[in-house]
Design a protein around this ligand. Sequence first.
Ligand SMILES: *Cc1c(COP(=O)(O)O)cnc(C)c1O
Length: 392
Amino acid sequence: MTATCSTLTHLSCGRCGERYDAEQLMNLCPACGKPLLARYDLGQAAKTMTRESLRERESSLWRYEEVLPIRTRAAQLKLGEGWTPLVCARALGDEIGCPDTLIKDESLNPTGSFKARGLVMAVGRAYELGAGDLAIPSAGNAAGAMSAYAAKAGMPAHVYMPEDVPAAFRVECSTLGAEVTLVDGLITDCGAKVREKVEEYGWFDVSTLKEPYRIEGKKTMGYEVVEQLGWRMPDVIIFPTGGGTGLVGMWKAFEEMEEMGLIGSERPRMVSVQSNGCAPMVRAFEQGDEFAEAWEGAKTVADGLRVPAAVGDFLILEAVRESGGVAIAVSDEEMLSSAKQMGRHTGIFPAPEGAATLAGQKQLLESGWLRGDETVVLFNTGSGLKYAHLWS
Ligand SMILES: *Cc1c(COP(=O)(O)O)cnc(C)c1O
């Protein structure tokens, strides 16, 4: 088996710091039950992964191979993930009074969302470490991405979805060969079902932050934004937050990049946007809490934001606070109308979660938190196509 240039050294707990061998299948930290993070020999990585060498590399997230956990070529389950366009949205920016607005268009990933970045790592690592069946509780895009990479790896996949999930998400998974079970309840109820099955059959759970590698794929969004801006940091990054791996991953990326000498100590202000029908991070942020209490009666059309409780809550809050950022909530109506505004000015048909970032940007401009002369990157995390029913 041909080896990659991965410099992965070990895992360490994001909370208690306990160290673990990375060559075994792991979920949460056995000592404290919090998420594990992958660690690398960044000094070694910096020798080959330089601004210059990156110029010659492939147009996918695999260009950052040294700081990715996959050790063998056979486990790089490539479907064309990453290196999505950073689109200049000048006409949109002019209309809202913030001309230097850019959109990182994640809808161009395999299965139409940024979830592909995380799942290609989680499934690839599970494959090379010898996992059997894979399982995931998901309200949408994560399940499609897992199903795709499980199919590519030839691994059985089991998906647990809330029964009111839009047909497009369900049909995508079953067409990709996964076994789909609909659950009467929320994503947290699906999570409980998966835990039962994991105990009973020894399936491997690839839930957000419950295994260490999804965040490793998501962090490549941070590397890409900075590289695509010519090694410049935007002033503000606005990201829709559910489980939080996107935001936490980018924050981790900036730390690694600084340690490798690719950037200095500058950082963007990180904005976490949630739906006002499910805003546990916003509430915790406003109350100054370290952890977020679960949100009762979560309700929003943005399936990716319907996450009442996130295991990585303290990491999300830490990243937002350390960056000088903020957590804000927008309504479903604002998401749907912002989607149309983004669409007609940019040619991008966003998922409601992606449109939430524009709704958030407008709110922050209005309050004066964001100045009109700042460089802002919005993340359109997925395609609007799977949610077409919302506008019809
Ligand atoms: C999952 C998802 C999100 C939320 O991302 P997290 O990393 O879980 O916070 C946002 N947008 C879309 C389209 C998603 O599928």
